[in-house]
Design a protein around this ligand. Structure first.
Ligand SMILES: Nc1ncnc2c1ncn2[C@@H]1O[C@H](COP(=O)(O)OP(=O)(O)O)[C@@H](O)[C@H]1O
Ligand SMILES: [Mg+2]
Length: 505
């Protein structure tokens, strides 16, 4: 790609970018949200035409007027947002638009499945062609997208932030797939802002910042620190200790809380802790060890089988979910797109989502739009949300900006004295992570009680005054931050270090 520039409605997204991808290598592209990574890849995959610049393959200039043109030249892309039909099976999705047909015109299912199984075998992709897509995990769905690309026999495979939505295990599986593709001579372009995995699988790394190429370096000479500095343009340090704040009264008290064990969940087994004003309590643990059950129980969305939850002395378990939210509770949910926002609604409406009836914005059942707009505008500016306008859809924002809208709403408008933050920085780039950390600490300094659930140990260590480690629905121990070591937390996370406690089921 040579001299690539792209303007959107007069706004420049890419300026004069040169990148050379070498055959049979993994080339990573890193950069903060909005750096232009997706735009650059959409140009390479034929989905967008550049404003200027050219693409050559094997020294031959190519011009793409659509993804089909790029596909014919062997370029395939796995997009950030999948394009699958959940009510159809894997094989139907995989051959969609290109179905093998019998003489009479009917779809030849046997041929389709044969082709899929062959492709899966050649490229080491694990999939069951008969499975219904809607029942599959995100990681499995992503494999279908990869399968679609490989069925067209792509030589150049572009993956746009493929690991942002994956669990650590799924990420490992994908990295194994990528290494296998490279081993048979495919060229892979891998976009990510997780620097550890980038340095693990990439041969070369290109850094983009604000639409410009900063550099391309070999992965061997790269260090995480140096990459971050180039991505953000300054030093960022996400390590360190939580701010010292004198804790106040108990805000949240969880007393011998139990939920039922099911086929899918170990339930909660006798969980007890207290959380004070001006304190962050971190809940560490591998995903699926009771964290969701705890948060849902506090929110009144999970039936409990024993124990109680008190907020400022009041038993929440007797209240409805709506009643609990009215008691001053702010929530940063784990899935910002499905639980945090209504993507098809405007940024404006998302900023007051759930607080529309607040007397600040609503009079006699009608929204006071002018007031709402003024208030929201200021707040979103304070939270540094980069957006075209407050009327744009929340779905048009990058992940980091979507999360800032949620923070603005939960801290700036709802402003409960209890904050539940669940994986608040998942999928965000370093600049945005730093922003979220700063805002959470600001809330703590203001005397809010913060329950932080996170699978990122570094995040837990950076923010938490005390750390509770969950394993199979039990609390293995609560460590003050000064006494917490990665080793100690790690062994608790694996269930080592505590006698079986009596369960109350
Ligand atoms: N279709 C579009 N219309 C207008 N602006 C866009 C469009 N796509 C991307 N942009 C803008 O281009 C810039 C780069 O975006 P993008 O390529 O998505 O960044 P990244 O993938 O690195 O997060 C951003 O400022 C974004 O708002
Ligand atoms: Mg992108």
């Amino acid at each position: 790609m040579k001299g690539i520039s792209k303007d959107f409605a007069g706004k420049s997204a890419l300026r004069d970018v040169d990148i050379t991808f070498r055959k049979g290598t993994v080339h990573a592209i890193v950069g903060e949200n909005g750096a232009g990574k997706s735009t650059l890849m959409n140009i390479l995959s034929g989905a967008l035409e550049p404003t200027s610049g050219k693409i050559t393959i094997d020294e031959q200039e190519v011009i793409f007027h659509g993804p089909q043109d790029a596909s014919r030249m062997g370029i395939g892309m796995v997009y950030q947002h999948f394009m699958l039909v959940p009510t159809l099976r894997v094989w139907q999705n995989a051959v969609m638009g290109n179905e093998p047909r019998r003489a009479g015109g009917l779809i030849d299912k046997a041929a389709a499945i044969r082709k899929i199984q062959e492709t899966c075998q050649v490229y080491g992709i694990q999939l069951n062609p008969e499975q219904m897509v809607g029942t599959m995990t995100v990681g499995e769905q992503q494999r279908i997208e990869l399968l679609k690309v490989m069925m067209r026999d792509a030589s150049y495979i572009i993956l746009d932030e493929p690991t942002a939505v994956l669990t650590p295990q799924e990420t490992q599986q994908l990295c194994a797939n990528i290494k296998a593709l490279k081993a048979i001579g495919k060229t892979i372009i891998f976009i990510s802002h997780k620097l550890e995995e980038v340095m693990d699988i990439a041969d070369e790394i290109t850094v983009l910042r604000l639409g410009e190429k900063i550099t391309t370096i070999s992965a061997q000479e790269a260090s995480a620190d140096a990459l971050v500095r180039m991505m953000v343009g300054r030093q960022v340090d996400l390590t360190g200790y939580p701010a010292a704040v004198e804790p106040g009264d108990v805000v949240l008290q969880v007393d011998h809380l139990c939920t039922r064990r099911t086929e899918f969940s170990s339930g909660l087994q006798d969980i007890s802790f207290q959380l004070h004003a001006g304190e962050v309590l971190g809940i560490a643990g591998v995903d699926g060890n009771g964290q969701t059950e705890l948060i849902d129980a506090i929110l009144g969305m999970q039936r409990i089988s024993g124990g109680a939850i008190y907020k400022n002395g009041e038993d929440l378990t007797r209240l409805s979910a709506a009643g609990i939210r009215r008691r001053g509770l702010s929530l940063i949910p784990p899935d910002r797109q499905k639980q945090g926002l209504v993507l098809s609604n405007s940024i404006l409406m998302n900023t007051v989502l759930g607080c529309e009836k607040d007397s600040r914005f609503c009079k006699k059942g009608l929204l006071r739009m002018a007031k709402l707009r003024r208030h929201t505008q200021d707040l979103l500016q304070e939270y540094d949300v980069r957006m075209p306008s407050v009327n744009a859809g929340a779905g048009e924002l990058s992940g980091g900006n979507q999360q800032k809208v949620i923070l603005a709403r939960e801290f700036g408008i709802r402003s409960g004295d209890l904050i539940l933050a669940v994986n608040p920085t998942r999928g965000l780039d370093v600049g945005a992570i730093e922003f979220v950390y700063r805002r959470i600490e600001e809330q703590k300094r203001a005397g809010k009680a913060v329950l932080l659930v996170s699978t990122e140990l570094s995040e837990i260590l950076r923010l938490s005054d005390r750390i509770a480690v969950f394993f199979k629905g039990r609390c293995m121990g609560i460590l003050p931050r000064q006494e917490a070591t990665t080793e100690q937390i790690g062994s608790y996370m694996m269930g080592i270090g505590k006698e079986e406690t009596a369960s109350c089921q």
